[in-house]
Ligand binder design. Sequence first.
Ligand SMILES: C[S@@+](CC[C@H](N)C(=O)[O-])C[C@H]1O[C@@H](n2cnc3c(N)ncnc32)[C@H](O)[C@@H]1O
Length: 244
Amino acid sequence: MEYDLTLFEKGLEELGITLSQDQKKQFITYYEYLVEKNKVMNLTAITEYEEVILKHFLDSLSIVKVSNFDQNKLAGKSVIDIGTGAGFPGIPLKIAFPELKITLLDSLNKRVNFLNEVIEMLGLKNVTAVHGRAEDYAKQKEHREKYDFCVSRAVANLSTLSEYCIPFVKEGGSFISYKSGKIDEELTQAENAVKILGGKVQDVVKFPLMDTDMDRSFVVIKKVKPTAKRYPRKAGLPSKEPLA
Ligand SMILES: C[S@@+](CC[C@H](N)C(=O)[O-])C[C@H]1O[C@@H](n2cnc3c(N)ncnc32)[C@H](O)[C@@H]1O
């Protein structure tokens, strides 16, 4: 099937991202497989082609607006995507920036199985999909404070998310949270949690998604000191009783 790439190409140009024909084909293959599998399992509420391009693909890639996620300096950098679901933002980042080493984590095994099929189908290298909860993985030596970037979209409020994500980040690295809608109150509520966990809010990048009226933002949290061993607390607690 022929797909109109006008919107995608316009968005990529706005973001300053250049993709080869093969990379664009990988995005289309991913789109087709997402829609096909979505008929038999719950992966996404968004399935219309242009909506997926805008709200999943371009939204995921808009992280290049964050100055320390410099697309020219990503070689060898490691990223963990917490609560990746059907692969957002991790799979679009891997397709567009194949030099990244990416770990995709989700607590729903059927989504992880889907991701492994996508990885194989697209022939992606240096990307691993793992099944588990952030609170448990962040305790493991091979994951704790091992990543240059931790990213997460649509998983939890910023305080809970900080407890999931900051423990994965190396000192000097960043946790970059994808947010939509108004963010100021959530940011104020998370301020102390960020500090307790060894982070510091470095930047908040606000923008509309392409030429829509949909508010998007990135909260950029720099890891400034190691996270105390007791965090994250046991699975379930960060969402039940967010750090205040
Ligand atoms: C609303 S979906 C968002 C998926 C994707 N990030 C996106 O933006 O489309 C939230 C995902 O986070 C996962 N999740 C929630 N809590 C988690 C945790 N503590 N550890 C790992 N995954 C978690 C869920 O299984 C679900 O797939």
